[in-house]
Design a protein around this ligand. Structure first.
Ligand code: DOR
Ligand code: ZN
Length: 400
């Protein structure tokens, strides 16, 4: 299987050139200004080509809530959004606390052959907030633990979880929410838990990834911890960097203008490792009943690109770093860079296209988005995984 992309504007975290990329047996084998290989060709005609995107924070609801999303519709949504790798959270039914659920997800996704998936296992068994023994029986496929959707309330439980994670070289993804105080003050709830967990990392030196950081104080705490050299990484969502004073139901909630500014400043200063979508599809009925979340995979790039790059805050290289290179490194996968030997996973983009978001056109089952009807720049034209076109929104492949 060989594929040559010709005439692209190639961008990754540290490169920018006009030229070609050659993929053989699923891997990037060559790139440069004028390549010649006798194989299938895609004429990119000046389109931007970047490494495909990598999402560390995704909910596909399979098993158990497949009326909201399943592995097939979720994977198709990922591809349409330019993603070829997602990290799935554990709040399914049953909750993913065992290799049985991990294996179900991985086998089904392998059969689908659409994108690559990592399945996160819960920190506490069945999200009970205390039991950690299941962590001992996890296979090497598992890299992340998270009770995302809920915070781990007891400090000593989080302490023990971090100790265990360190022993097994796992990374904990923290959903920072103190349930006691959230009803009184939701930003304090996020801040307190964030500060606590940074302290726990100071005490344990275990790897912690802070999910969907949304407040000024939380990101300031993370900046301090990073400056001290603690092994912490963090992500922000497209919605928390582009919306403020908006009542749309999502957890953590949409914050204030000053929070958005603080998050963007932290991105510019290099303290934010990744854009995480927190793709959280729900049915119309569930949203009516108060479910929190945004169906985010299909709009993440355009919102981030329009807000951060068109908004004049960062370069396209920097966006590639936080949507591909860094999350690829955190997930410890061979993706996210245009580099010989890396996976041939690429996205073709028309950055000069402005379009209106229409959630009825989402391939995700979740049509829940506060961005419906809004105009954004940057359309995904095609997504390539391992040298194969997996999403085609209008390119011609020249089979010769
Ligand atoms: O808005 C959210 N939705 N935040 C979460 O933490 C969980 C997620 C979900 O699973 O629906
Ligand atoms: Zn989540």
């Amino acid at each position: 299987m060989k594929l040559l992309l010709k005439g692209a504007k190639v961008i990754d975290y540290n490169k920018e050139f006009k030229g070609d990329i050659y993929i053989e047996d699923g891997k990037i084998l060559d790139f440069g200004p004028d390549l010649n290989y006798d194989c299938e060709i895609i004429n990119c005609n000046g389109l931007v080509v970047m490494p495909s995107f990598i999402d560390l924070h995704t909910h596909f609801r399979d098993p158990g809530f497949t009326y909201k999303e399943d592995l097939y519709t979720g994977s198709k949504a990922a591809l349409k959004g330019g993603y070829t790798f997602v990290n799935l959270m554990a709040n399914t039914n049953p909750i993913c606390s065992s290799m049985e659920v991990v294996n179900y997800v991985l086998e089904k996704s392998k059969e689908l052959d659409l994108i690559d998936i990592h399945q996160t296992v819960s920190i506490t068994k069945d999200f009970d907030g205390k039991t950690l023994e299941h962590i001992d029986s996890l296979g090497k496929e598992v890299k992340f633990l998270s009770d995302d959707g809920k915070g781990v309330q007891e400090s000593v439980v989080m302490y023990r979880a971090l100790k265990k994670a360190k022993e097994k070289n796992l990374t904990i993804i923290a959903h920072e929410e103190d349930e006691g105080i959230v009803g009184v003050d939701s930003r304090l709830s996020e801040n307190i838990m964030t500060f606590r967990d940074i302290e726990l990392v100071r005490g344990t030196r275990a790897k912690l990834h802070l999910a969907h950081v949304s407040t000024k104080e939380a990101i300031e705490g993370i900046v301090k911890g990073k400056e001290e050299g603690l092994p912490i990484t963090c992500e922000v969502t497209p919605h928390h960097i582009s919306l403020y004073d908006n009542p749309y139901k999502v957890n953590p909630p949409i914050r204030k203008k000053e929070d958005v500014s603080a998050l963007i400043e932290a991105i510019k200063a290099g303290y934010v490792d990744a854009i995480g979508t927190d793709h959280a599809p729900h049915s119309v009925e569930d949203k009516k009943n108060g479910a929190c979340g945004i169906s985010g995979l299909e709009t993440a790039f355009s919102i981030s690109y329009t807000t951060l790059v068109r908004g004049g805050h960062i370069s396209l290289n920097k966006l590639s770093e936080i949507m591909s290179a860094n999350p690829g490194e955190i997930a410890d996968i061979n993706k996210g860079r245009i580099e010989v030997g890396y996976d041939g996973d690429l996205v073709l983009l028309d950055l000069n296209k402005e379009f209106k978001i229409d959630s009825e056109n989402f391939v995700s089952k979740g049509k829940n988005t506060p961005f419906n009807g809004e105009k954004y720049w940057g359309e995904i034209i095609a997504t390539i995984k391992s040298g194969k076109v997996k999403y085609n929104g209008g390119i011609e492949v020249d089979y010769r």
